[in-house]
Design a protein around this ligand. Sequence first.
Ligand SMILES: C[S@@+](CC[C@H](N)C(=O)[O-])C[C@H]1O[C@@H](n2cnc3c(N)ncnc32)[C@H](O)[C@@H]1O
Length: 272
Amino acid sequence: MVLCSNSLVLLKDTLRSAVDRLAAAGVGSPRMNAELLLMFTLACDRAYLFAHPERELSAEEKARYEEALTQRARGVPAQYITGHQEFWGMDLIVSPAVLIPRPETEHVVETALALSLTTNSRIVDVGTGSGCIALALAKELPQAEIHATDISPTALEIARANAALHRLDNRIQFQQTDLLEGVGFEPGTFDLIVSNPPYVGESEEDQVQLEVRKFEPRNAVFAGPTGLEVIERLIPQAHATLKPGGFLVMEISGSIVEDGSEQPPNITRPLL
Ligand SMILES: C[S@@+](CC[C@H](N)C(=O)[O-])C[C@H]1O[C@@H](n2cnc3c(N)ncnc32)[C@H](O)[C@@H]1O
């Protein structure tokens, strides 16, 4: 006799086997990842997962969860699977066109907000990616004039979508350009330049997490052979674009900070 079973798939069992599968694939924090992807699949929160362990998954839900797990097991960052990352209390859209905003980049925003800026300051975020820094500053500084540049047109599409999502699109002027070479960046006209530029050297490539190397945009991470190539061009451009007494706040790596012996005037000590 053949028993034809449309086998029941319970949430708790699915989650348990997903954790095992991600652990076997070498994914860090397998439980957190398995839960996150299940929340994404079921469009629910964590409390729901714990409150409904006996819930049955439909065939369609199971197939979507399976697809998400397959991607995660081959290293795709969870944020590129779900399409979301939180930054400065905002839910941001992310895609493989942009670097996933990192929590430490919030220090750039905190440092900028701690400066003595006038209420209607002119600010530019260079290499905006998802738009995370520009959006946070637009949210916190309602009178400021904010510009954001990126060399990548696909990154700018995501940044614009995020600005629209948070109703800040009328607050930020996005421009595709190389660093500060765009129109409107006349010498001596800005109060603050913020940037999290690419700062990893190609020579350090093997020290970079495999997930970053394989899935995040190369021109967001690597600057050139040494890692200093973008920063070295940005500092003099920023110096020329800033008003006297203006500030440049940059995120750079600890190894660059340790190697740096001199600081140009009016340059805020690099972060991290
Ligand atoms: C490290 S990511 C930072 C993205 C975002 N600001 C963040 O903090 O998550 C660097 C960004 O700089 C952009 N970029 C790289 N070279 C650039 C250049 N020459 N001019 C403008 N943007 C550049 C990349 O496309 C990328 O979006």
